[in-house]
Design a protein around this ligand. Structure first.
Ligand SMILES: NC(=O)c1ccc[n+]([C@@H]2O[C@H](COP(=O)([O-])OP(=O)(O)OC[C@H]3O[C@@H](n4cnc5c(N)ncnc54)[C@H](OP(=O)(O)O)[C@@H]3O)[C@@H](O)[C@H]2O)c1
Length: 324
């Protein structure tokens, strides 16, 4: 299947509007406090389904099990016969309690965990928790880029001002800032108010939407069966504000997603992803997670869905009514 790709920021990398989030491949540790870790067989089935659906890139991180997610992803790709030039892998360096020097010191571990697959995009996972300035961290990323050990430099959870700073430091090296990974969905539209969207557009930086289904809420399945809350782990529950009151408040949006889904022969989650990757033009791409192949299939299928301007605006209006 061929899907229209987009340029990642002002880099040479081309990616599909939908990638696959690999947090559930994360093994023991923090990732496992969001989602139950999938074994290799389950992960490989999900990666295969995503590829079959036209997805060409994958988001992982050092923090997802200290190499466990990166290794699980690349083991899957290798067993499926996928070459390093056929996909883009994005990973992240964890700044917590570290200096910028650890970016250079840990790149060997990242590349080892990727088992010969190139690290297309390396991201600073968050702007806080490190002992060095953002400028020093970005300079360390620029060094890796100049050494051709990474394909592009990105950041995550950065504010508009932090984005400007990272962009300016990289510009001094003639390197574009590729991306900023932030929470964005029909239930999280802060990027429109906090300057992140405008800044990204002005600087030519792609925004990678994490938790684009609001960790599953936008599928409507919790509205259908609130009892499913019981299986949701604490960090995820907090991230998405899972509660009976949230279900009541967001019900009109889910109804609208269902109406549009029925009109297009699609699912509510596909409509939510199509909105997110269209409403902001080419600026926003999304990395939905999946715990089953069916999820990956559905998410990839959103790339074929075209919503009209009137439908995009209608969803935006209903979303504005139900989000605080
Ligand atoms: N940079 C950061 O700080 C940061 C933070 C968080 C996440 N991320 C990235 O963002 C990615 C996505 O985030 P996320 O997985 O938390 O949120 P998400 O993509 O909004 O939600 C994924 C979850 O929604 C459910 N789901 C997905 N498709 C479904 C479908 N078609 N039908 C029913 N349920 C469906 C599944 O829940 P069940 O597992 O319960 O079935 C799945 O695990 C992560 O994998 C990671 O790469 C980055």
């Amino acid at each position: 299947m061929t899907t229209t790709t987009r340029r990642l920021g002002r880099t040479d990398l081309e990616i599909t509007p939908i990638g696959l989030g690999c947090l559930p491949f994360g093994g023991p540790g923090l990732a496992n406090r969001y989602y139950a870790t999938l074994d290799q067989t389950a992960a490989t089935a999900i990666v295969r389904t995503a590829l079959d659906g036209g997805v060409t890139w994958f988001d992982t991180a050092e923090m997802y099990g200290r190499g466990h997610s990166e290794r699980t992803l690349t083991t899957a790709l290798r067993s499926l016969g996928v070459g390093g030039d056929d996909v883009v892998i994005a990973s992240k360096w964890t700044p917590w309690f570290r200096t910028a020097a650890s970016i250079g010191r840990t790149i060997g571990d990242r590349l080892e965990a990727l088992q010969g697959y190139p690290l297309g995009l390396h991201q600073i996972h968050m702007p806080h928790g490190g002992f060095s300035s953002i400028a020093a961290q970005v300079r360390a990323m620029a060094d890796l880029h100049r050494q051709r050990r990474i394909g592009a430099v990105g950041v995550s959870n950065f504010s508009a001002a932090q984005l400007e700073r990272a962009h300016a430091v990289l510009a001094g090296y003639g390197i574009p800032l590729a991306s900023n990974q932030v929470q964005a969905s029909l239930l999280e539209r802060r990027i429109e108010r906090d300057g992140v969207l405008d800044t990204a557009r002005r600087l030519g930086v792609t925004l990678i939407a994490m938790a684009p289904l609001h960790t599953g809420l936008l599928t409507g399945r919790f509205h259908d069966d609130p009892g499913q809350f019981r299986d949701v782990r604490r960090i995820r529950r907090r991230l998405a504000g899972f509660s009976p009151a949230t279900l009541t408040r967001t019900a009109p949006l889910i109804d609208e997603l269902r109406t549009l889904a029925a009109a297009h022969g699609a699912t509510p989650s596909q409509v939510a992803l199509a909105w997110l990757t269209s409403y902001y033009g080419d600026t926003v791409v999304a990395i939905p997670g999946a715990s089953k192949p069916r999820h990956a299939e559905e998410s990839a299928g959103a790339m074929a869905l075209r919503l009209s301007v009137a439908e995009l605006d209608r969803l935006a209006a209903v979303s504005a009514q139900v989000t605080p």
